[in-house]
Design a protein around this ligand. Structure first.
Ligand SMILES: Cc1cc2nc3c(=O)[nH]c(=O)nc-3n(C[C@H](O)[C@H](O)[C@H](O)COP(=O)(O)OP(=O)(O)OC[C@H]3O[C@@H](n4cnc5c(N)ncnc54)[C@H](O)[C@@H]3O)c2cc1C
Length: 823
């Protein structure tokens, strides 16, 4: 065995399919001085026993892009490395046994077309012809993806490992990493059983050990292993040599032909977390004890669905561990706490199909210093340390495994590990009939029961459906209260960052595309751009004093934004950025009557002259002082009232009591979403992200290329903005309105321009004031094409295979000139 090098450019921890893919792709980008360390043998964790299903369609365009990249790669790896991956494009069929599932499959098919994936809705007869072993009783419809495939999971990893070593990367097996060295917020290397290795980059690809490895650097990663099962039948001549993969998600089952046998795998509704007190030290190619009782309900249904399976004996009952995360999405990228420390773990049973794409994306991120495209779905900056507590993660993963095959209704909420973070107004809002949804642990009202029903003691209940759910009627009333009267939204979960110091303005001038060198009391809406002009953050910034600013962002983006900001405060800057989210609650009073209502409650002048749009002032309300920010995400006159957290209950009581004669109505997040959609306000993570150029997103009005150059230079992304202005836009974010008022939109529906699919909706919802569904989505434009020409085209939105007439606009359909905001 060769001597362990004391210093390398990068260390990869873990030799499963993910570590091998990262190594392979780093080598492709020219990084050779890389050491992959595996505690036992390559693939000996989870990879060796995976079923090897390689699907292409994922929930978003970029995740689909990554999955497709993986399939393409596995098809050609053998030619390059000499190690066969066993990849075959056998296709896959998904069956629907309920009308809801059929709608979901059809919506998925429309989405697949929008993402460029080949897909067909096929008849039940065709499904039976393609998969003759299946009893089609109760099947209502089917979707066929001819380019899906299957592969030999272990060999996919070994093939990439061979590719990496051929290019000069070193792989050491039987050498465990026991520590990660950090100093001054940077990774410096690792400690191994054979000594220390210094490195500027360390990549945690330790699969279900990922949480333990993260802790070595003080980083909390919410993942936990669960038992995951399949059985393999005896071989039979009756099994065709070529069979597509079959998914019967309503029966929690998938089937695959495997060397003349049938493999039946399960995603049962309640999974079994495994090794919650730590993974046994000797684990290596281990199997877990069979649990026939747990698997029996799946097997029983499966033998009816595929009678041959019932006749053949079971050759192998397999139970292996796989890591699952709190939200069924893996974790990728550089951790906010430690520069140079990257992760790629928690693959939720799609690690084989995801490995190629995830490895490619992470390698480009490491080498290029930034995510190569929008990876927010899986970005590790979305997770919070508390999510790795056992009390949270263990019950949560017992739920998430089964959710992979559950109905994915819009707004569906997790049932487990709820009630983590509460606004101080929580109890009062619950008493008003709030139905709560969760984001970043916060319980936030989605909608409220009407007062009379709440007073009668009715409890709000979810009503999950693809059709018209019951709650839109409630949300519609809340929406209209904000449009015509006055509504109240609890915005306490906002992320709040205080930026202070003599250089606070100069730091923010470098980070913000808008000009924040404004007088104290002014509020600035701005994006933070990357060097490509893509949007890293979408925030409002209030200048509180000469040297203090308050950045307000979403609850889910707080860690991302804080880490971006901190990384752009250079050593010589006299400036600190601190998360103060817990210190203040925020109640938003919104609507055309908001001013008259609040003015009656406060002795302070809040007239347009005293408190114009985009300013703030402190006002007296009840026994509290509140900072009233005249700003709005719903497109109406309104105020966000910030108070120290302990005053929030009192303030809410004052507002609710005084609001009765005004018809003030508490409104939930679904109303807020429909309100902002009517106004075409962008939502970070849906409509805008780091690959969306700020000009193409239609936010050029908030970009000030001519602002004064600050002490730390021009703002980040300025050059990209100037270049884009010269070169012209390649696409535009348009707003769409459907002609048919009965049709609902959620998001990801295909945009059809003059008969051809050109993109997908990044957001969709119902515009209750407009009376029809509205959506936002990017439409590519030809070189030099002007807006007028684009809008002249005929647009349709494809919903579950049906094409619906739509009208497109650049300016919002609701209040296009923004008069109502000016109040
Ligand atoms: C029954 C079953 C069926 C599945 N079917 C599919 C499927 O059909 N399609 C699909 O895409 N996915 C499937 N999966 C999921 C897939 O197997 C995993 O997502 C994937 O293998 C995860 O790869 P990994 O590299 O993250 O983890 P692993 O393969 O577990 O690799 C992590 C490696 O890190 C090493 N390590 C840990 N700690 C250290 C340390 N301190 N020092 C050095 N090395 C360390 C471990 O020894 C291990 O080898 C299935 C999983 C199971 C259990």
């Amino acid at each position: 065995m060769s001597e362990l090098k004391g210093s390398v450019q990068a260390v990869i921890i873990g030799g499963g399919v993910i570590g091998c893919s990262v190594a392979y792709h780093l080598a492709k980008l020219g990084w050779r001085d890389v050491l992959l360390l595996e505690r036992k043998q390559l693939t000996s964790g989870t990879t060796w026993h995976a079923a090897g299903l390689i699907g292409q369609l994922r929930a978003t365009a970029n995740m689909t892009k990554l999955a497709r990249y993986g399939a393409e790669l596995y098809a050609k790896l053998e030619a390059e490395t000499g190690v066969a991956t066993g990849f075959r494009r056998v296709g896959s069929i998904s069956l629907a046994l309920t009308p809801e599932r059929l709608e979901e499959l059809r919506r998925g098919a429309s989405m697949a077309r929008a993402f460029g994936v080949e897909v067909e809705e096929i008849s039940v007869t065709d499904a039976a012809r393609l998969h003759p072993l299946t009893d089609m009783t109760g099947v209502l419809g089917a979707i066929y993806l001819p380019r899906d495939g299957q592969a030999d999971a272990g060999n996919v990893a070994l093939s990439m490992a061979r590719g990496a070593t051929k290019a000069g990367i070193t792989i050491r097996e039987n050498l465990k990493v026991t520590g990660i060295i950090t100093a001054n917020g940077r990774v410096r290397g690792v400690v191994t059983e054979a000594g220390r290795v210094t490195a500027d980059v360390v990549i945690n690809c330790a699969g279900m050990w990922g949480r333990e490895v993260g802790r070595m650097a003080g980083v909390d990663l919410p993942l936990q292993a669960c038992e995951h099962f399949y059985i393999v039948s005896e071989a039979s001549d009756e099994i065709p040599a070529e069979l597509p993969v079959l998914r019967v998600t309503d029966e929690c089952a998938y089937y695959k032909q495997d060397a003349g046998k049938i493999m039946l795998g399960a995603f049962e509704p309640t999974a079994k977390p495994w090794a919650v007190d730590g993974i046994p030290e000797q684990f290596c190619f281990d199997e877990l004890p069979a649990d026939l009782e747990h698997f029996a309900p799946i097997l029983e249904t499966a033998t009816r669905r595929m009678p041959l399976l019932g006749r053949l004996g079971i050759r192998q009952f397999f139970n292996g561990p796989e890591s699952f995360t709190h939200d069924n999405r893996y974790m990728l990228g550089e951790v906010p706490e430690v520069a140079g420390l990257f992760v790629a773990c928690g693959f939720n049973s799609v690690g084989i199909q995801s490995a190629g794409g995830a490895g490619m994306a992470l390698a480009e991120w490491i080498v290029g210093g930034a995510p190569p495209f929008d990876l927010w779905d899986v970005d590790v900056r979305r997770v919070f340390p508390w999510q790795s507590t056992r009390s949270f993660i263990i019950p949560r993963v017992a739920e998430t495994l089964g959710l992979l095959y559950a109905d994915h209704f819009p707004y569906r909420q997790f049932a487990s590990s709820r009630g983590v973070r509460h606004s101080p107004a929580h109890e009062q809002l619950a008493a008003r009939g709030a139905y709560f949804g969760e984001v970043a642990g916060w319980e936030r009202p989605h909608w409220f029961l009407p007062d009379d029903e709440a007073a009668r003691g009715r409890r709000p209940e979810a009503h999950d459906t693809w059709g018209r759910p019951r709650w839109p009627d409630y949300a519609a009333a809340e929406h209209m209260a904000v449009r015509t009267g006055v509504g109240l939204l609890d915005m306490s979960p906002f992320g709040k960052i205080r930026v202070e110091g003599a250089d606070a303005e100069a730091v923010l001038q470098r980070v913000c595309a808008n000009d924040v060198a404004v007088a104290p009391g002014r509020i600035v809406y701005t994006q933070w751009l990357n060097e490509r002009g893509g949007i890293e953050a979408d925030v409002t910034i209030t200048r509180l004093t000469d040297t203090a600013f308050l950045v307000v962002t979403g609850a889910a983006t707080l860690r991302r934004d804080l880490s971006w900001l901190k990384r752009h405060i250079c050593d010589r800057a006299h400036c600190v950025a601190i998360d103060v989210s817990s210190g203040e609650a925020c109640l938003a009073v919104m609507g055309p009557k908001a001013r008259d209502f609040l003015q009656a409650l406060t002795p302070d002048d809040i007239s347009n002259a005293a408190l114009p749009f985009a300013t703030q002032r402190t006002i007296e309300l009840g026994m509290a002082h509140a900072r009233a920010h005249r700003i709005s995400y719903v497109g109406e006159l309104g105020y966000e009232l910030f108070v120290p957290t302990e005053f929030a209950r009192h303030l809410l009581a004052v507002v609710l009591e005084a609001g009765r004669p005004w018809g003030l109505r508490p409104a939930g997040l679904l109303a807020m979403d429909s309100l902002r959609l009517e106004k075409a306000y962008r939502h970070f993570g849906h409509d805008i992200g780091d690959e969306d150029h700020v000009l193409e997103a239609g936010l050029g009005f908030a970009v000030k290329t001519d602002k004064r150059r600050g002490r730390f230079g021009d703002f980040i992304g300025r050059e990209a903005v100037v270049r884009k202005r010269e070169a012209g836009l390649a696409r535009r974010l348009l707003q769409f309105k459907l002609a048919d008022p009965a049709q609902f939109l959620f998001h990801n529906e295909a945009i059809v321009r003059d008969g051809g699919i050109v993109g997908h909706l990044s957001s969709g919802g119902f515009g209750h004031a407009l009376g029809v569904a509205v959506g936002l989505g990017y439409v590519p434009c030809q070189q030099g094409e002007n807006l007028e020409h684009m809008l002249k085209s005929r647009y349709e939105i494809e919903v579950a295979g049906r094409r619906c007439e739509a009208v497109a606009t650049l300016r919002p359909f609701y209040d296009p000139t923004g008069l109502r905001l000016q109040g």
